[in-house]
Design a protein around this ligand. Structure first.
Ligand code: URP
Ligand code: ZN
Ligand code: ZN
Length: 477
């Protein structure tokens, strides 16, 4: 007789590879058996009619990160990870942001202090490099990569973060030496500044003009430049939050040439459009949707789906970057009302990523449920070096979402469990919703009720990504 702490019985186990009716046996937080008619466990969950899938891994979330110009984020680790488990996730990878002049190690220490004892799910950290001095690249980065911070993000825009081409090349090269994966925010700084100043001179200040100030050509140009730098240095990169056809086609072009370029897209690029930034009448409700790159149009949704279906994109993330709407620190704070340039960029979305992808993707026949698992969990684990996460197989952490494939839900603020005072998807209807989230064998969310504790999440040092190795084989399909 086998000894199980938990048996999840009678569901359909879905992995990135296949789907099968089977029971899942869990002991000491690990999956230890998958099979038919497993022996009884100390706890049993009836999963009849449910999909039993790897817990979501959202590899692109921002928590406790200050915005440029001051506004505090609406989510620290407590509310951000609570929202994550409400949406079926068991792991998030937020960022440790190095401010200019600051040591990278200090940034990591500070973010650990933010996270410690406040996380409902497991977490790692990507680094954000804004000041790639020789000491940062030559000493701090190698030590941090060896300590499990195996990916880093760089920006091609934003006053406080932008790196010039020489700096990008230096970072790519240093990351390549260490085998760390570089994530690139591709939008061209000078083009955005040029457009912003022209729009401001013309009195075009409403939130919608945020989208006009950074059209697809700005993203396409930056994506092409990042790809060229990756080629020159021989380093694989991940182009994050791709919003439409033009940047997507750059990635496809690079992949077809055999370059190791990966792509990420996000919920907002298949469900929101730039018209949402108009608000009711070019008013500041549009600021609820201000994020970068901005959502585009319905033709872009089709292009993004095409990129998902054909393997241009490996990961589907939220880019959860939550701000308040109301108040002195909100998106319509007094300074933000003077022009779109001052509206904090980012929207909250960690809780809706999986439901919207299931609803728009699986239910509408655009992707299979196995692709859904790859895009929301397995590929994130493989690409970012989470060796015990992202699958349902003996030896893996028992991080599981029990998914009701048919449940119809109207998204509302009350379901989000996040810190923001709004959701951009208020009133959006989905089919498919997480019924329970299980973190290392413990039920941490059931029927929308948070059962886990903010001491429940653990820091995850990550392995080097096989996909980040110089000369790695072609990207994941
Ligand atoms: O608007 C967004 N997404 N802000 C978050 C920062 C980033 O670039 O990912
Ligand atoms: Zn970014
Ligand atoms: Zn982001």
């Amino acid at each position: 007789m086998q000894d199980f702490d938990l048996v999840i019985r009678g569901g359909t186990v879905v992995t990135a590879a296949d789907s099968a009716c089977a029971d899942v046996g869990v002991r000491d937080g690990k999956i230890v058996a998958i099979g038919l008619e497993l022996d009884p466990g100390r706890r049993e969950i009836d999963a009849t009619g449910l999909r039993v899938m790897p817990g979501g891994i959202d590899s692109h979330v921002h928590l406790a990160q200050p915005a440029f110009g001051g506004p505090a984020m609406a989510d620290g680790f407590e509310s951000g990870t609570r929202s994550a488990i409400a949406g079926g996730n068991t792991t998030v990878i937020p960022f440790a942001l190095q401010s200019r002049g600051m040591s990278l190690r200090q940034a990591v220490t500070d973010y650990h202090a933010e996270a410690e004892g406040r996380a409902y799910c497991d977490y790692g950290f990507h680094l954000i490099l804004t000041d790639p001095t020789p000491a940062v690249l030559g000493q701090e980065l190698p030590a941090l990569v060896a300590g499990g911070y195996t990916s880093l993000k760089v920006f091609m825009t934003y006053d406080d973060m932008v790196l010039n081409d020489r700096e990008l090349l230096e970072v790519f090269d240093a990351a390549g030496e260490q085998g760390a994966l570089v994530m690139v925010h591709c939008e061209g700084y000078d083009a955005i500044r040029f457009m912003t100043e022209k729009l401001e001179k013309a009195g075009k200040l409403a939130p919608y003009y945020h989208a006009v100030s950074r059209p697809q050509s700005v993203e396409r140009e930056a994506a092409h430049r990042a790809i060229s730098h990756a080629e020159l240095t021989g380093v694989p990169i991940m182009i994050v939050h791709v919003s439409g056809r033009e940047a997507m086609e750059q990635i496809r072009w690079a992949q077809n040439r055999g370059l190791k370029i990966m792509g990420e897209t996000c919920t907002q690029y298949v469900s929101l459009t730039a018209d949402d930034l108009k608000g009711l009448n070019m008013d500041d409700t549009g600021s609820k949707y201000v994020c970068s790159p901005p959502p585009r149009d319905r033709e872009s949704w089709d292009a993004i789906w095409n990129g998902i279906q054909t393997g241009v994109f490996q990961t589907f993330s939220s880019d959860h970057c939550p701000f308040y709407f109301e108040g002195e620190m909100g998106k319509k704070n007094p300074k933000a009302r003077t022009g779109f340039r001052w509206v904090p960029n980012g929207i909250p979305g960690v809780a809706v990523r999986m439901p919207i992808l299931w609803s728009e993707g699986v239910v509408k026949g655009r992707i299979t449920e196995n692709q859904f698992v790859a895009l929301t969990s397995t590929n994130h684990a493989r690409i970012y070096g989470l060796t015990t996460k992202g699958s349902i197989a003996p030896g893996y952490d028992a991080d599981i979402v029990l998914w009701d494939p048919d449940r119809r839900v109207t998204i509302s603020q009350s379901l989000m469990h996040h810190g923001s005072d709004y959701t951009p998807w208020e009133g959006y209807e989905v089919t498919g919703w997480p019924q329970a989230t299980i973190l290392r064998g413990e039920v941490v969310m059931q029927d929308g009720e948070i059962l886990g504790s903010k001491q429940g999440g653990r820091f995850l040092p990550r392995a080097l990504s096989p996909m980040a190795a110089r000369g790695a084989s072609a990207p994941l399909g």
